[in-house]
Design a protein around this ligand. Structure first.
Ligand code: SAM
Length: 248
């Protein structure tokens, strides 16, 4: 199984390539790894890969262009290796929780592209247009997707015929605010045929707060309805839910 990993911190992956069962699997040719750094595709003297959140707020967002180019490079290298179609997995706390069944389901792939997020995450338009699966390693937020990518790789490599062991890892904790996060966007205003939602450019903080809450609520309802059982909306949030005609 060949992994193309898109990461701002390729050096972290020596944890897999230099140690234990995974190292042996690489040495035996059961698995292989290509590391692609989005910074290599960034523009300007500073090779910037992050930008402020559209609509305001704390933190930064990974910009779309360097990620699009990194994914294109991985796909063209996969084609050279004979993989005509290759899936893109974004490691994300909002994804499907990694468990026995989805590790097993991915076990027959010849190659995979793993996208590691940093900061507040990846511009939503990259996810919508180019990502096939979002995988979480549990209900907690880490600083980056590298460790989750390594967890996924380790779980897959250990199952390859000839590699020893069969370990499972899946943990569940609750998110800090009881809901999944909202979609994030950054410059440019238009990319991949999609625009930043107009409300985020309105400068109206109350409207943005409401839009983001409803985004969070709808996403959580759609993806993790079980979390809503213990979510206690404020009076204002209850009114927003009711105005939007969403069930509680
Ligand atoms: N603001 C995002 C949210 O609320 O969903 C979290 C961003 S986190 C600080 C930065 C990156 O770490 C994410 O883009 C993702 O790639 C990775 N990450 C963090 N926690 C993760 C988890 N539990 N599973 C998979 N990836 C995770």
């Amino acid at each position: 199984m060949h992994f193309f990993v898109i990461t701002l911190f390729p050096e972290m992956f020596t944890a897999l390539s230099d140690s234990g069962i995974t190292r042996r699997a690489f040495e035996q040719g059961l698995s292989s790894l290509t590391l692609i750094n989005p910074r290599d595709f960034a523009q300007g003297n500073y090779r910037r890969v992050d930008e402020k959140l559209a609509g305001g707020g704390a933190g930064m967002v990974m910009m779309a262009e360097p990620l699009i180019k990194a994914i294109e490079q991985a796909k063209s290298q996969a084609a050279v290796l004979g993989c005509k179609s290759i899936e893109v997995i974004y490691l994300s706390p909002q994804g499907q929780t990694l468990d026995e069944s989805n590790v097993c389901n991915l076990g027959d792939r010849k190659s995979l592209i793993l996208l590691c997020g940093r900061y507040e995450g990846v511009d939503q338009r990259v996810i919508d247009a180019l990502v096939d699966h979002e995988i979480s390693i549990g209900d907690y937020v880490l600083s980056g997707g590298e460790l989750p990518a390594m967890v996924l790789m380790d779980a897959l490599i250990r199952r390859l015929p000839g590699a020893l062991g069969d370990e499972r890892s899946a943990q569940t904790d609750s998110f800090v605010d009881g809901l999944l996060g909202y979609a994030v966007y950054t410059k440019p205003d238009e990319i991949l045929g999609q625009s930043i939602p107009a409300v985020l450019k309105s400068g109206d903080h109350k409207k943005i707060e409401k839009w983001r809450f409803l985004e969070q609520y709808t996403r959580t309802k759609n993806r993790r309805a079980d979390m809503l059982a213990s979510f206690k909306p404020s009076k204002e949030q209850l009114k927003w839910i009711s105005d939007a005609k969403l069930d509680t």
